[in-house]
Design a protein around this ligand. Structure first.
Ligand code: ZN
Length: 256
């Protein structure tokens, strides 16, 4: 006798319940979702963004790719593994609702939005994204860094934390020099961790585009006149400003 072949399989929890589980209710497409995938530099957020786009496109859905503060001159979402897709640059003055509605007015479909570098969105733009999700059933996928070089939430990230339906840490395989998971982006000038300065300090040259994602070596900033780099550190070493013995080794994380 093989009980397993005759006994009914255990039901998945909630599958046949009169009242669906909260997760199942959320899956009902009465409104769009606003999701925020966050992680430190180099954790693969842009790669995930493009993967999400690919998955939706395969289902026949049409998306719009947006990016904030792309300095490359060619707005795009680029992953470290070499996949690149053109994207629309969204300046701080852009009303994302109008952007999407103008597409609809032209008869184009926009079923979902992919927003890279979402930490640079204004709080108002995050509100606009939430409105698109609620009132227009647009699914919004935001990808970005949560905290700045001072360990504080970027304005866009803060608003996403407040409003998003789901917050998903991107699986971190980025390590501090000590081997711990690295969650903080330290700004390094002259071999030392600095804690003061503009929140957003992105180099203007194309080669230095990786200020927020990609290369951890960012040079050419005209603001401070010295080489500015970003290093990912664990919380302890971020707190201590301890770059370890490999502080001068550039490209430690450049496993591309
Ligand atoms: Zn560490």
């Amino acid at each position: 006798m093989q009980p397993d072949s005759t006994d009914p399989q255990p039901e998945p929890a909630g599958a046949l319940s009169a009242v669906p589980a909260a997760g199942a209710r959320r899956a009902t497409p009465v409104s769009g979702h606003l999701r925020f995938y966050y992680g430190p530099m180099d954790c693969g957020k842009s790669t995930l963004a493009l993967q999400v786009d690919h998955n939706h496109a395969r289902q026949g859905r049409v998306g719009l790719l947006l990016v904030r503060m792309d300095r490359s001159g060619r707005p795009q979402i680029s992953s470290r593994i070499g996949i690149t897709r053109p994207a629309l640059e969204v300046g701080a003055e852009v009303d994302v609702r109008e952007l999407v509605r103008s597409r609809w007015a032209r008869g184009e479909r926009v079923d979902y939005l992919i927003v890279d570098e979402a930490q640079f969105l204004t709080a108002a733009q995050v509100d606009q994204l939430a409105e698109l999700a609620d009132d227009s059933q647009v699914d919004v996928y935001c990808f970005g860094i949560a905290t700045d070089f001072q360990g504080r939430l970027f304005p866009g990230a803060a608003r996403l934390v407040e409003l998003a339906d789901e917050l998903r840490p991107v699986q971190v395989d980025v390590l501090c020099w000590c081997g711990q998971a690295a969650r903080f982006n330290a700004r390094v000038v002259g071999g030392r961790v600095v804690r003061e300065g503009d929140t957003v300090l992105v180099a203007d040259t194309e080669t230095a585009r990786g200020a927020t994602e990609g290369d951890d070596d960012v040079s050419g900033s005209g603001t401070v006149g010295a080489t500015v780099r970003y290093r990912v550190l664990c919380r302890r070493h971020f707190r201590l400003g301890d770059l370890g013995t490999t502080a001068d080794v550039q490209g430690q994380l450049a496993f591309a």
